[in-house]
Design a binder for this molecule. Structure first.
Ligand code: PEP
Ligand code: CO
Length: 445
């Protein structure tokens, strides 16, 4: 079948909503299609070549951000805080690997959430589930839960505002190591990790100063950094509206983000999402949970990457600390048998979600680190390579995941639990995770 940006409409689409006002929907999509793209095909192709390098072990990928961005959090502090923790984590990883790190935010478009239940019941009232700010609202009234097509336009605009701010911060020297205010860990005073982190920053700063002293040139490498964007390309009308041809390059690009990923809930081989993904030229992420099979994965790779293009496919496994050792090896073998090179990334978050006796969703820091460590070991044992990590985090001091150096307990969760969806690592826990990962990445080990 010939692919077009709308050919997904001929296939069954999971996790989609019906809009009651089709004219309003058409108006929104037409407007979004006429507005400029959020990213460019040059950037998308650059990222693809970085991901190809990561698959070959030449770079390491750090992908992180909120489970779901909210329109309310499109404010300067949370965005700057998220950028800061991503930069700080990546610096720790650069130091650990002695390799460049590719930074990808779950940002500027991560507004749609897959849900396991279509409805939510509170008392004797049952309403459609909240599916993310791009679809409906999280208040518990029938009006709030009605899908509203104009929210897609709001999402596009929020994504543009977020990206504009990030690009301006980076251009203005936010990532410059010579600005100590961007690199301090005042948030973590008294944290056992602060001293280790400060030593790393100091050592990198010293080597940069040394290089510029002997070469006479400022080291641009860490002064100017790139951040790429990613989100789950779940709301297909939104993705379709930003998918277009560009001058002087073949094919179609989804210019709502650099790096869209497909979740397992929507990865049916004959489904609408796979149809949409196969036709866009972006690098693609595919989430792999415990239910992934040999045939399913082979099928996805054949449909989504028939040309075996370097950097095209990133497999993001999220099995859970108790299942990774059993579930990952067969999939690594599947890819090997297919004779393919992919980038393997570990998401140690989504297989480790649990609910406390008080009904609060949380994740244990120890399980997160354990899944990461086991992933490194499984890949190494099989002659494969873990080339990146995918983390849900926030730059703020929330209390959503238990454990970490400060020993957050279940009783602490109530203090600052802000996530509307999954529990995220807070600033300090995220940095500690980077320090733990870095230990596995020392060259020569
Ligand atoms: C997510 O990344 O927020 C998510 C829902 O993940 P998964 O589809 O792997 O459960
Ligand atoms: Co999540």
């Amino acid at each position: 079948m010939t692919w077009t940006p709308t050919s997904w409409r001929t296939k069954p689409a999971a996790q989609q909503v019906g809009y009651s006002d089709n004219e309003a929907l058409a108006r929104v999509l037409a407007e979004m299609a006429s507005l400029p793209p959020l990213v460019t095909s040059w950037e998308v192709e650059n990222l693809k070549s970085h991901l190809a390098k990561a698959a070959r072990g030449e770079t390491f990928v750090l992908q992180g951000g909120d489970c779901a961005e909210s329109f309310d959090d499109c404010r300067s502090e949370p965005i700057a805080a998220k950028l800061k923790i991503l930069l700080q984590m990546s610096l720790v990883l650069v130091h650990g690997t002695r390799k460049p790190v590719v930074r990808i935010g779950r940002i500027a478009g991560q507004y749609a959430k897959p849900r396991s239940a279509d409805v939510e019941t509170r008392g004797d009232v049952t309403l459609p589930a909240y599916r993310g700010d791009i679809i409906n609202r999280d208040g518990f009234t029938p009006e709030d839960r009605e899908p509203d097509p104009t929210l897609m336009l709001r999402a596009y605009e929020r994504a543009a505002l977020t990206l504009n701010f990030i690009r301006a911060l980076l251009d203005g020297g936010f990532a410059d190591l010579h600005h100590p205010e961007y690199w301090d860990v005042s948030f973590a005073h008294g944290s056992p990790n602060a001293a280790q982190y400060e030593r790393i920053v100091e050592s990198i700063r010293e080597s940069l100063d040394f290089v510029s002293a002997i070469t006479g040139v400022e080291n641009e490498v860490l002064r100017r950094v790139d951040i790429y964007t990613s989100h789950e390309a779940l709301a297909l009308p939104y993705e379709q509206a930003q998918t277009r041809r560009v001058p002087r390059r073949p094919g179609y690009y989804n210019l709502s983000t650099h790096f869209p990923w497909i979740g397992m809930r929507t990865a049916q081989l004959d489904g609408a999402h796979v149809e949409f993904f196969r036709g866009i030229r972006n690098p693609l992420g595919i989430k792999l949970g415990p239910g992934m099979t040999d045939e399913w994965l082979t099928g996805l790779l054949d449909v989504l990457d028939p040309e075996r293009e370097p950097g095209r496919i990133t497999l993001i496994h999220r099995m859970g600390a108790s299942k990774i050792a059993e579930k990952l090896p067969p999939l690594v073998e599947t890819v090997r048998r297919a004779g393919r090179t992919v980038l393997w990334v570990c998401d140690p978050m989504h297989g480790n979600t649990e609910t406390t006796p008080q009904g609060i969703k949380t994740r244990r820091f120890d399980n997160i680190v354990s899944e990461l460590e086991q992933s490194f070991e499984v890949h190494e044992k099989l002659g494969s390579r873990l080339g990146g990590v995918h983390i849900e985090l926030t730059g703020e001091n929330v209390t959503e995941c238990v454990g970490g150096a400060r020993g957050l307990t279940e009783a602490d969760l109530a203090h600052a639990y802000k996530s509307r969806v999954d529990p995220r690592l807070n600033y300090e826990q995220a940095l500690e995770t980077a320090l733990r990962i870095a230990r596995h990445l020392r060259p020569g080990t």
